[in-house]
Write a protein that binds this ligand. Sequence first.
Ligand SMILES: Cc1cc2nc3c(=O)[nH]c(=O)nc-3n(C[C@H](O)[C@H](O)[C@H](O)COP(=O)(O)OP(=O)(O)OC[C@H]3O[C@@H](n4cnc5c(N)ncnc54)[C@H](O)[C@@H]3O)c2cc1C
Length: 348
Amino acid sequence: MANSSKTRVVVGGGIVGLVSALAASEMGPVSIYDPGIGSGATYAAAGMLSPGAELLAGEHHALNDAEIALGEWPDFLNSLGSPEQLFFPAAGSLLTGYSRGDHEEIRRLTALAGASSLPCQIVTRPADAARFEDISPRFDKGVFFGEDAFVDVDALVATLIDVLKSRGVTILNKTVRRIEGGETAVVYTDDGSCRYDAGLVCTGALTDLIGQGHASSVRSVRGVTIRLRRLTPVAPRMVRGLIDGRSVYIVDRPNGEVIIGASADESAERYVDTLAVAELLRLALLLSPSLDTAEFLEARSGLRPVGPNGQPFLERVSTSWGWHSGYYRHGVLMAPLAYRRAVEFWND
Ligand SMILES: Cc1cc2nc3c(=O)[nH]c(=O)nc-3n(C[C@H](O)[C@H](O)[C@H](O)COP(=O)(O)OP(=O)(O)OC[C@H]3O[C@@H](n4cnc5c(N)ncnc54)[C@H](O)[C@@H]3O)c2cc1C
């Protein structure tokens, strides 16, 4: 085990903090602080590993990393003991549109995706009717990304916690009030302080511990997802519909659970806003009208951490501390890359 005498600390236990702690746990003792592990943006995430159908205009520069991350998921899961029940690799995702303008936008996005090596295929009714199962007939063509997958994020967080515990990682359900840098990384909580050799701040969209004056920055975009349960499950899949310039996605899980997402508001206030729920349901029902009989389970909200130019980063902010955030709309998809970045930091 490399560097085994070094002690390491991670502040924040969302997906980024959990995989950063996982990386550290291979090298020596680790502690992770979070009053609610997995309760941040990670809690609201739909779990789409979907570089294709989740592509937005202006984000194509990130496509390459997203594709690499998707390809690394099977090995990443193997390293966690292959928990098969949380990964749905062959789901694929359909990107489809409503109006002429939406189809134009899909053509633009497909050209961007086509410029990468992301496999995608034009699909139409009736030839590819299976791709449009339970989708309104108003949507009759689209693009299918056959390699897109999804994960059950709640199960992923639970698995990561189990693996961390099995490796002896100390999980402290405490809020960190302040950190201090220098030769050692000092963490202050309401109970006192603790000193480590190195630390990573992984607090997502919350930047209080970091302060100003760094190359990186994070702004926050609130998002809401809705959970329903279909009376009659459809095959696991993802569909993203563009509807008169608005966007909605539906993730069908094998157990009949459905996740609808996602709203996006420039806001640092975390709550489920009524307008987001109303709009997501309106769009989802246009896309898949049979959802009108589904059981409403819950709505969740989270603050997406948006890095400079929408890019994730791991910046060294002092001799002993790093700041790892900015994963915006793709923190779950990018988990294998976040893990690799953390390995490099801890080895440095
Ligand atoms: C609605 C929605 C849908 C999404 N869907 C997807 C998707 O389908 N696919 C995808 O790849 N990504 C998706 N994302 C994006 C993804 O959720 C984020 O990129 C990712 O969760 C960011 O993880 P994080 O660990 O940086 O932040 P967070 O998950 O927010 O974790 C930060 C953690 O830090 C803790 N913390 C904060 N301050 C302190 C402190 N002072 N002391 C101790 N702990 C602290 C918090 O409690 C929290 O647990 C979605 C996001 C949203 C909001």
